[in-house]
Design a protein around this ligand. Structure first.
Ligand SMILES: NC(=O)c1ccc[n+]([C@@H]2O[C@H](COP(=O)([O-])OP(=O)(O)OC[C@H]3O[C@@H](n4cnc5c(N)ncnc54)[C@H](O)[C@@H]3O)[C@@H](O)[C@H]2O)c1
Length: 357
């Protein structure tokens, strides 16, 4: 069965989804419609010969797609998801699931109650490197995780900020970029118990933050530091080192270091550091690079979404996952505002509360 997928929001990431849908093998899936109020989106739909709409509900009622990608600005995710859920249409909702935790919990609950699959677009989890690292950790190859350091430092071009919502609260690198790192670290290291953070906006002087320094404590006891900025020339971020995003020039550097009692891992290079014989700083460390054949995680995510739509697989990133990642990400903002440590699990209702957090 060829799955019909509509794209709601044909901006930067929406157009990437449109390209992927257009390149799917015949019979697997196809672009069913585009929803976006701009003239550029209307022209794109005309060029591709697909139905064009300015309103989500009108599209869903007229086209009745099997699934929809919601790639609108953050504040519109929940409204788009609700329109899909009400009509039984599976949704791939871009990250973050919402810009408000209560709305995120409500929409994840609504989807569960209605039995409509929601996949949240934390597409890094579909990267084979991320999956190989998770297996390595679960197999105990690093021993017990002790410390993690994660860098997310990059220079966004000035033109990126032409869209006004990116200069305003909710449109900054904590919700747009850090949310990916937090989701990836949850995927690799488990639930986050406590968050302490500071944010700054002195580089760009917009209402929204441009930088942050974050401390995490995982339920396992492991501790992480994350350094974030979208205003500095640097190669040290996942997007610029993993080669997974064609919008970024790729550099040979690493963004994550995961250190355990038996070995440490640099990612995305997948360099494993360990002692071959006796251990200790007076002994040589061996560095072994593990080969992981690359695959485009955004394409992998779409193939997974098609299987989710067909009910062949459960979402790899569920609404509940999207909520827990958002709770930890919003905890960064709250901690920065209050100066206090924040326990993200405590902000969630017990159904969504990650056990033990
Ligand atoms: N997964 C990723 O790596 C990734 C990357 C970039 C962005 N995103 C997420 O995707 C979302 C969009 O980001 P972007 O960078 O593509 O933004 P963008 O501003 O380039 O695109 C947003 C699009 O939504 C359209 N839009 C606005 N209101 C609409 C409505 N009511 N109905 C339909 N369309 C509407 C806009 O006209 C615009 O074309 C954000 O939530 C962002 O966090 C995810």
């Amino acid at each position: 069965m060829s799955v019909a997928v509509a794209v709601i929001g044909a901006g930067v990431i929406g157009r990437a989804h449109i390209r992927i849908l257009g390149a799917l093998p015949p019979g697997q899936g196809r672009l069913a419609a585009i929803v976006d109020p701009t003239a550029e989106a209307a022209a794109l739909a005309a060029r591709l010969g697909v139905p064009y709409f300015t309103a989500t509900e009108a599209m869903l009622d007229a086209v009745r797609p099997d699934g929809a990608v919601i790639a609108t600005p953050n504040a519109l995710h929940v409204a788009g998801a609700r329109a899909c859920i009400a009509r039984g249409v599976a949704a791939l909702i871009e990250k973050p699931i919402a810009d408000d935790l209560d709305a995120a919990v409500a929409v994840a609950d609504e989807a569960e109650r209605a039995g409509v699959p929601l996949l949240v677009g934390h597409f890094r989890r579909h990267n084979p490197v991320m999956q190989a690292a998770r297996r390595l950790i679960q197999e105990g190859r690093l021993g017990r995780l002790v410390t993690i350091s994660s860098d997310s430092m990059v220079l966004k071009p000035d033109s990126y900020f032409d869209a006004a919502w990116r200069r305003e609260i909710g449109g900054g690198p904590v919700l747009i970029n850090l949310v990916h790192d937090i989701d990836a670290l949850r995927f690799l290291c488990g639930e986050i118990e406590a968050v302490q953070a500071m944010t700054g906006s002195t580089a760009r002087r917009f209402a929204v933050e441009d930088s942050a320094a974050v401390l995490l404590r995982f339920r396992s006891g492991a501790l992480a530091t994350i350094t974030l900025s979208d205003a500095v020339p640097s190669p040290w971020c996942w997007d610029q080192t993993s080669g997974e995003n064609p919008h970024f020039i790729s550099h040979q550097a690493n963004a994550y270091r995961l250190c355990g009692t038996d070995a440490s891992l640099e990612m995305p290079e997948m360099a494993l550091w360990r002692y071959a014989g006796q251990c200790g700083w007076d002994q040589p460390l061996v560095r072994e690079v593990l080969a992981v054949p690359p695959r485009d995680p955004l394409v992998e995510q779409m193939h997974h979404f098609l299987r989710v739509i067909r009910r062949d697989e459960a979402p790899l990133v569920s609404g509940r996952d999207g909520v827990a990642t958002l709770a930890a990400t919003l905890a960064v903002k709250r901690s920065a505002e209050t100066g206090e440590a924040v326990h993200p699990g405590r902000a969630l209702p017990s159904r969504t509360h990650p056990p033990g957090a």
